[in-house]
Design a protein around this ligand. Structure first.
Ligand code: MLC
Ligand code: AMP
Length: 505
């Protein structure tokens, strides 16, 4: 049997192919049939440039139906799809191109010229620009092609996508995610959240991460649901579309922004049946205020790039604030500390096993081995505890990764650059509380000349040359020396404790 994820979607939506798949405000609607054709046209293009199963492409494109058509074409052909955050800078993109060695690099028209030297340096055979407008030249060219309806035979273990997630060393690791990982997770979520063809998903997430691309789209595709496809999260657009939707998925910032509205109109929320939150901790304050103001209990779930979704609060039954719920079907979780499995209510590292768990890091066998236990559980690095009923509560992370508005920020990556700046002797980047983004990076700096500190704007401008904007520290604090322990290791815990509220009013 063909386990190609696209085949699985197709089998589900083919009897409902006239259902609207994408409703993009201001553009024409796309039925499931239209999207199927669009993907088959992209297959023709990929085939014409010689792409085969197992080849890789990188896409750093704005959110659009065309970019999803390209993704679906890759699934159909067994070509491995690597999406990149659109805010990555050239030097970040260069690393991914060197690491992935794609046969095709698709970028937004605005970036085409700037990325050309990288594409030449790494001899990427094909470089194209794809925009998000209806009259994009590449899209027009695609629409002129003849359909190629191939759906390559794939097994559960064939890699469908490589998504990058950073590491403690500051270098990103490509997580190889298989057709089987994605299909098992999509089925688990469809069942757990009871998605059907009667649902309308309000989609305002970016489509270069697990949340917006896999969790949201796959669950909808498998159910032939309608997707209201917004360019980005914008309160006015959300309010305009809430009354025509039934489900929304978002990061906690979506919800804190919605309740922050002065004239929140409860009536708009009447048709909605489900609000889902994930990618970062949802505070109890946000959960409770949202419930008071809209009447809805947000359903919080937990996952990560390497595993897809792991746990979810129940659709029917108590959605407890501050907890991330129960393991999804076929997924096992446990808590461990120093190789010892802990009992209920004991706090330790969350480990996970199941068909959702990725097959390894791209070209990093050693790193892959280090992240799994001997009996095959993936070590998430998240800290939590499981109660007697099996419900998971998270309380932090073992590393010093920061999650800002749902985007991960790795301090090491920023510190490496800060430490090269003249005038900075040493630096420590930490996550502190932020009203809007939940958590944000700030940098604690030590000057190499006690009489002088450098202007923040100057540091920002240097960092922006190589780092995406969301990684730029929101504040700089100069101190005489960093606190260290007897081994000379910087005590970030002390810094976090001292500066935790520095960004709050
Ligand atoms: C934007 N900025 C951010 C930021 N997003 N800074 C820190 N953290 C962020 N997340 C910057 C902008 O560049 C801008 O900088 C300034 O902050 C104000 O921008 P804004 O217009 O207010 O932000 P906006 O465009 O509205 O974006 C905020 C957001 C967005 C929360 C809507 O960040 C977002 O869509 N986040 C979702 C991330 C996501 O999908 N994560 C899933 C990962 S998958 P300046 O300098 O121009 O002022 C995963 C697994 C799982 O984690 O479990 O799901
Ligand atoms: P990523 O590597 O981008 O996939 O991010 C995964 C990380 O996001 C997880 O390891 C968690 O630390 C965090 N995360 C995801 N969902 C939640 C949640 N509901 N609550 C707290 N943290 C979460």
């Amino acid at each position: 049997m063909n386990k190609n994820l696209y085949q699985i979607f197709f089998d589900r939506f083919c009897t409902l192919e006239n259902n609207i798949c994408f409703d993009v405000p201001g553009q024409k609607n796309w039925s499931y049939k239209d999207v199927d054709i669009l993907s088959s046209l992209f297959v023709s293009y990929l085939d014409s440039i010689g792409l085969k199963k197992g080849d890789r492409i990188i896409s750093q494109t704005e959110k659009s139906v065309a970019s999803i058509g390209l993704y679906l074409a890759c699934l159909r052909m067994g070509v491995i799809f690597t999406p990149l955050n659109t805010s990555y800078t050239l030097s970040e993109v260069e690393y991914f191109i060197g690491n992935i060695e794609p046969k095709l690099f698709v970028c937004s028209p605005d970036n085409y010229q700037a990325t050309s030297p990288i594409f030449e340096k790494y001899s990427v055979p094909n470089h194209r620009a794809l925009g998000s407008s209806d009259d994009d030249p590449f899209l027009k060219e695609i629409l002129e092609l003849k359909e190629n309806n191939i759906i390559e035979n794939c097994s559960d273990d064939d890699t469908a996508a490589i998504l990058f997630t950073s590491g403690t060393t500051g270098k990103s690791k490509g997580a190889m995610i298989t057709h089987g990982n994605l299909s098992s997770n999509a089925f688990a979520l469809k069942e757990s959240w009871d998605f059907t063809e009667n649902d309308t998903l309000l989609h305002a997430l970016p489509t270069f991460h697990v949340h917006g691309l896999f969790v949201a789209l796959h669950t909808a595709f498998l159910s032939a649901s309608k997707i209201i496809f917004l360019e980005k999260f914008d309160i006015a657009e959300i309010n305009k579309n809430l009354k025509n939707s039934t489900v929304m998925m978002g990061v906690p910032t979506f919800y804190s922004r919605l309740i922050g509205e002065k004239d929140l109109n409860k009536d708009l929320y009447k048709r909605m049946r489900l609000f889902i939150s994930g990618s970062a901790p949802l505070t109890e304050k946000t959960f409770n205020e949202f419930k008071n103001k809209t009447g809805h209990s947000i359903l919080e779930r937990y996952g990560m790039t390497e595993t897809g979704m792991i746990t979810s609060n129940p659709l029917i039954g108590d959605r407890l604030e501050g907890t991330v719920g129960f393991p999804l079907p076929d997924i096992k979780i446990r808590i461990s500390n120093n190789n010892k499995i802990l009992s209920p209510n004991e706090k330790g590292i969350v480990e996970v096993k199941g068909p959702n768990v990725f097959k390894g890091y791209w070209r990093m066998e050693k790193k892959t081995k280090e992240e799994f236990t001997n009996d095959g559980f993936f070590i998430t690095g998240d800290i939590g505890q499981i109660d007697n009923k099996g419900r998971l509560t998270l309380s932090g992370r073992s590393g010093d990764m920061i999650i800002s508005g749902g985007f991960n920020v790795y301090p090491k990556e920023i510190e490496i650059i800060l430490n090269t700046i003249d005038g900075i002797k040493e630096s420590a980047v930490i996550g502190v509380k932020h009203e809007d983004f939940g958590e944000c990076p700030i940098a604690i700096l030590v000057s190499d000349n006690s009489d002088n500190t450098i202007e923040s704007d100057f540091i920002n401008s240097l960092l922006k040359e190589s780092l995406a904007k969301y990684k730029i520290p929101k504040s700089y604090v100069w101190i005489n020396s960093l606190p260290t322990n007897a081994m000379g290791k910087v005590q970030k815990k002390d810094l976090r404790f001292k500066y935790e509220k520095i960004l709050l009013n």
